[in-house]
Structures are given as structure tokens and as C-alpha cells.
Design a protein. Structure first.
Length: 407
């Protein structure tokens, strides 16, 4: 198709490992857009921004005064025993108190006016480049659609992201902040996105060996000599950021970077340790965070969730595994899941044993009757269940472009 030819020419790919052959795949293109009316989007925007503010308030709290834990609203073990909780940043507050600067909120729709948050992504949510490139291809292929209808633009995202990152530069920053994107390298599944965003934002794309620490600052090696870095938009996991603080075998990070971060010499976006807020066991408590920190009622609902660590919840889940979706609390990307209605009896029995052995590692949710969207498939046009990931930017302001990545 014309769209696939454009994607191939531009090089819009993502990587899938473990299936043999060439891991690079073209991003799927569907000519049928996911459509939201303006009033629907305004409600979603309010709910997404509210949730992003609450998640950041939670992170600021648990790494400092822990008032929500003292108040008994969230069990301490879910935070302090969480593998995403980073003790290296306890007592430290980043610029503007922002821990998660790019929040991806995965939404599903079950009815005309029924939206649910499926999960939160507070670390390094990916996919926004595909939203932008998809819109660009749509505008090329169907220009009349954009001429005849009032479609809200999404192409402002890179400029908003650049402004957001600049707004959280450390207090020691002098003049225009130097922002870089730290990538694991071209073998990473999202490398196309890292390169795309760096190009669109007009910032440098760097790997760990391009940066070094000297004095109280982080520096970038350039052909004109070292240049001080103020903000690092990192697209590597916490464990690889600094081999002197986290995994000593990391070749992707910058030795000594955490010392500079804690001394206020550089901002890391999103902050190390932000992942504790998007853990699936913590997810259950996000509506309580909204009430506790913001004094508001949640605009967006959670999917009803059973925590297998609770005896009564566990009994219900084990009794109804064939009808539920079960997830690992620390899992992501669809790994470690059981989709009961699509699983064999043997798979269900095996998963039940896993739950009995480590119940605190699992939560369960009902299978929702998701809304569908017309989708172009090999056989023609067919309805397909969809979700949506909008990207909320948190800095001096909380901002959201009117779009997202549908899947």
C-alpha cells in the first residue's frame, strides 16, 4: 500500500525479538482513525491531567514525608518492598517537584460515555512517534479530510515536550537549558522513536559513552569540547542509569550521574524511581491518591481489580480464573499475563499454582466488553477492539496534545 511504502521509505519501524528473522517491523497503518468528539476529549483531558498530577504528588510524598502511608491509605509494603522503589532518591525533590514528566495513560472504552484507565505508565512510555507519523501520513493521503473537518492538531507535541523538559532544568542552569535524549542504542526496540524525537525537538541523541561527570555537573562530548547538560530525557531503565549506583555491569549509563542528580546539577526525566507509581498493585489506589492529594473525585474510573495478596480477593480469583485477566504486578508489555477466556485448562491450572505460591505478585481484572473501531484488515473492513494511550506532559504546566496511540 501507499502508506506502507511511505513508512518503509522513512524507516518507521519497531523491533520484535524472539521470533526469528529480521526483528524490525513496519508500524501497522490503519486508514480509519480513532475519532473522539470535542466534548468527549475535553472530559478525557481533564481526567488524564488530574491523574498525572495525583501520580506525581504520590511520588513526591512517598520519597519524602510518606503522608499517604502514615494515613493508612496505602500499605507500606506495596511501596517499600516494590522493586521499582529507589532508595537512592529518598529525601530528594527534583525541580518543580516533578518525578514523572511524560505520563502515558492507557484508556479503554466500554460504552457511549464509559471510559476506564487500564494502566498508568510513569517511566518511559513509548509510541508517541507513531502517533505523529501516522497523522503525517494521513494528512498526505487524505488532505481533503483535514480541509473539510476541524481536526485538532497533534504535531505540536515535540515543541511541547521540549518546553516541558526545559521548564524542569535545575536551578543551577544558566541560560537556555541543554536537553539531550539518552538512548540505549540502535538495538533498542524504540530506537526509531528516540531518533525521531531528538530530530523533531532539535536536541542531541546520546548514548552513555557520550556523557561524563566532572565536578557537580554532567557533560556531553562534542567536537567543540565538553558542553554542560542540564536535562536528560532518559529512555533507559533505572537499573542501567548509573553503574556506580545501580547495576555495576551497565554499559548504557553514566558513572556518577546519580551523585550529580542528587546534588541538583542535572535533571533526569522521568526521575529514577518513578516506576513505583505505575506498578499494577499501586494502580488500585490511584483513585484514593486523587482524593488524598487533590481533594477531588476521580474523573476517570479504574477497571475493577482484585489483589491476590488479599485472602478474599485471592479466593475469588482462583475460583473464577477462567473468566478473568490476571497480571503480574511488576509486568509490562503483556508479559506474565493470563487471559482466562482464551487459555486452556492446563494453562489456567499452572497459573493458579503461580498465584498460590506468590499471591502478592498478581492482580486480576474482569474481561471488559471493549468498544470497537472499524479496522482495515486483509479481508476488508472489520471491527476490532481498541485502546488508546494519550501522552501527558508534566513540567511547569500540565499539557496534553489531543491525540494518542490507539492499539
Amino acid at each position: 500500500s501507499e502508506a506502507e511504502a511511505m513508512f518503509r521509505r522513512i524507516g518507521i519501524t519497531f523491533a520484535v525479538y524472539g521470533e526469528g528473522g529480521d526483528p524490525d517491523r513496519l508500524i501497522p497503518f490503519d486508514m480509519f482513525p480513532r475519532v473522539f468528539a470535542a466534548d468527549e476529549w475535553r472530559r478525557l483531558e481533564r481526567g488524564i491531567k488530574q491523574r498525572a498530577r495525583a501520580l506525581n504528588a504520590f511520588l513526591s510524598d512517598v520519597y519524602n514525608r510518606a503522608e499517604i502511608i502514615k494515613a493508612g491509605r496505602i500499605p507500606a509494603r506495596l511501596v517499600y518492598e516494590n522493586e521499582a522503589f529507589e532508595r537512592a532518591v529518598v529525601g530528594f525533590k527534583p525541580p518543580r517537584g516533578v518525578y514523572s514528566h511524560i505520563v502515558g495513560i492507557d484508556l479503554v472504552r466500554t460504552g457511549a460515555d464509559e471510559f476506564y484507565v487500564l494502566e498508568d505508565n510513569c517511566r518511559t512510555p513509548s509510541g508517541v512517534s507513531y502517533m505523529l507519523e501516522n497523522r503525517e501520513i494521513m494528512m498526505r493521503m487524505f488532505p481533503q479530510l483535514f480541509q473539510e473537518t476541524r481536526i485538532a492538531p497533534v504535531e505540536t507535541y515535540p515543541a511541547l515536550l521540549r518546553r516541558t523538559l526545559g521548564s524542569v532544568a535545575p536551578h543551577k542552569c544558566e541560560g537556555e537549558p541543554c536537553v539531550v535524549i539518552l538512548t540505549p542504542g540502535h538495538f533498542n526496540s524504540a530506537y526509531y522513536e528516540h531518533s525521531f524525537l531528538a530530530d523533531m525537538m532539535g536536541v542531541e541523541l546520546v548514548e552513555g559513552h557520550d556523557l561524563f561527570v566532572e565536578g557537580d555537573y554532567c557533560w556531553m562530548r562534542t567536537t567543540e569540547g565538553p558542553r554542560r547538560v542540564d536535562v536528560i530525557y532518559r529512555r533507559i531503565d533505572d537499573a542501567f542509569i548509573d553503574p556506580l549506583c545501580f547495576r555495576p555491569d551497565s554499559m548504557l549509563g553514566v558513572p556518577g550521574l546519580m551523585n550529580v542528580y542528587r546534588s541538583g546539577g542535572v535533571t533526569i526525566a522521568s526521575a529514577p524511581g518513578a516506576g513505583v507509581a505505575d506498578d499494577k498493585a499501586i494502580y488500585t489506589f490511584v483513585p484514593d491518591m486523587v482524593r488524598f492529594y487533590l481533594g477531588e473525585e476521580p474523573i476517570l474510573k479504574n477497571v475493577p481489580t482484585w489483589q491476590c495478596a488479599k485472602r478474599d480477593d485471592r479466593a475469588y480469583v482462583l475460583e473464577n480464573l477462567a473468566e478473568l485477566v490476571v497480571k503480574e504486578v511488576h509486568g509490562s508489555g503483556g508479559y506474565g499475563m493470563l487471559v482466562g477466556p482464551k487459555s486452556t485448562k492446563a494453562e489456567i491450572e499452572l497459573f493458579a499454582e503461580k498465584i498460590r505460591a506468590r499471591p502478592e505478585n498478581y492482580i486480576a481484572q474482569p474481561t471488559l466488553a471493549l468498544s470497537t473501531c472499524p479496522t482495515f484488515v486483509d479481508a476488508g473492513i472489520a471491527p476490532r477492539h481498541v485502546d488508546l494511550r494519550p501522552y501527558c506532559l508534566v513540567g511547569e504546566k500540565v499539557e496534553l496534545v489531543p491525540g494518542g496511540l490507539p492499539r
